[in-house]
Ligand binder design. Structure first.
Ligand SMILES: Nc1nc2c(ncn2[C@@H]2O[C@H](COP(=O)(O)OP(=O)(O)OP(=O)(O)O)[C@@H](O)[C@H]2O)c(=O)[nH]1
Ligand SMILES: [Zn+2]
Length: 192
């Protein structure tokens, strides 16, 4: 679908949603709202046309003797759950044990942002982040933890306002070596 078609579909959908809400998209305060909301929607879901793996691969460098754990902690997460299309927000922590190459630190956050600008499930997002790091850097181990609050849980439905969800994927030595796994969780503030 071309960009013009997709914006026109979004604008019409936003006007229909306003009507279904019980309001009138033609009233003064809502002038331009369907088009504005359509632009915001397109911006929040612009992760479909970018390849996160290619983005991550842009800034690789030789490990040059560094063989320790690399942790990129506290990457801001703002995404939308595929169940309700409501926001989920929180933090992503990424750790890997390099083999021959290091990843550009900013590219880790950039690649994650691409994945978050799609409809997501927290478990799938966690796995997809681990997948692309494995494919691009071929590290000895990789670990990804996501801590997120889902508005579908906190703001509606069961309304568990204090509940968050933690997901952890570990691969390679970060999975098989309990000490390394514990180090990762501890450095992320997730160990007992
Ligand atoms: N596993 C998983 N579940 C999620 C995620 N986001 C939302 N959900 C859940 O998806 C489920 C959808 O359940 P349904 O019964 O179809 O939807 P619902 O009637 O709106 O359910 P309630 O939220 O319980 O009111 C709910 O239990 C949500 O909490 C996620 O990222 N991962
Ligand atoms: Zn949801």
């Amino acid at each position: 679908m071309n960009a013009e078609d997709s914006m026109s579909i979004r604008s019409r959908a936003m006007a229909a949603l306003i009507r279904a809400t019980g309001d009138d998209p033609a009233r003064l305060g809502l002038t331009g709202t369907p088009e504005r909301a359509a632009r915001a929607h397109a911006e929040l879901f612009d992760g479909y046309d970018i390849n996160p793996q290619a983005l991550l691969a842009k800034a690789m460098e030789p490990a040059d003797g560094y063989a320790g754990l690399v942790l990129v902690r506290g990457i801001r997460l703002y995404s939308h759950c595929e169940h309700h299309m409501l926001p989920m927000e929180g933090l992503v922590h990424v750790g890997y044990l390099p083999d021959s190459h290091l990843l550009g630190l900013s590219k880790v956050a950039r690649a994650i942002e691409v994945l978050t600008r799609q409809l997501q499930g927290q478990e799938r997002l966690t796995r997809e982040i681990a997948d692309i790091i494995e494919k691009v850097a071929h590290p000895k181990g990789v670990a990804v933890a996501v801590v997120a609050r889902h508005h579908c849980i906190t703001e509606r439905g069961v309304r568990q306002t204090d509940s968050d969800t933690v997901t952890v994927v570990t691969r390679g030595t970060l999975d098989s070596n309990p000490g390394l796994r514990r180090d990762f969780l501890g450095l992320c503030g997730l160990a007992g």
